[in-house]
Design a protein around this ligand. Structure first.
Ligand code: AMP
Length: 192
């Protein structure tokens, strides 16, 4: 099987998680969401969970060092050997550099970075809707505001980082999720 390694980029609420799940199901690769891993650790009350609880609930980022270790461990699991779709990682330039170094070590360079583009106003509306459905502690209006500020400062620069490597593809995330997914599949067809 040919490997498919993908990073999802985009603002909070742009639909990364929804699309990542569908990509993972369709291509038989794991969906690796650092946010979900951290929420699971918090729910389990593990040492990691206790360490990150306050940070995650405030919308700030946990340390690069800690999250890179989480990803290093996760990518070494058997199910990640034929590819993966990363959702929520990397979130800083330091994390992107660490990922490049890790994948270079494994001789498995990243194939594609999908950036979901969505106006902030629409994204905020979607997130407030999600708060009602899922009850995420970090989907309150105040924390959402903070997450956007963190995104703009720390994560948005990743677009240029990946654009410079030539593997970034932007996808308009404003249509319905089926249409967005169809567009993603067209893009992935060109990669394989
Ligand atoms: P997400 O589900 O991707 O929106 O992540 C939820 C929260 O988990 C974020 O607001 C951060 O507090 C934390 N988090 C998730 N991924 C990362 C990451 N790559 N680096 C730092 N913090 C992260």
């Amino acid at each position: 099987m040919s490997e498919l390694s993908i990073v999802m980029l985009g603002a909070p609420g742009a639909g990364k998680g929804t699309q990542a799940v569908r990509i993972a199901e369709t291509h038989g690769i794991p969906h690796i969401s650092t946010g979900e891993m951290l929420r699971a650790a918090i729910a389990a009350g593990s040492e990691l969970g206790q360490k990150v609880k306050g940070i995650v609930e405030s919308g700030a980022l946990v340390s690069d060092e800690l999250i890179v270790e989480v990803i290093r461990e996760r990518l070494s699991q058997p199910d990640a050997q034929n590819g993966f779709v990363l959702d929520g990682f990397p979130r800083t330039i330091v994390q992107a550099e660490a990922l490049d170094a890790l994948l270079a070590e494994l001789e498995r360079p990243l194939q594609i970075v999908l950036e979901l583009e969505l106006a902030e106003e629409t994204a905020v509306k979607r997130m407030l809707g999600r708060a009602l459905d899922e009850g995420r502690a970090d989907d309150t209006p105040e924390v959402i505001k903070n997450r956007f500020a963190v995104y703009r400062r720390e994560t948005e620069p990743l677009s240029n980082y990946y654009r410079n490597t030539g593997i970034l593809v932007a996808v308009d995330s404003s249509p319905g999720m089926d249409e967005v997914f169809a567009e993603i599949e067209r893009v992935l067809d060109g990669v394989k």
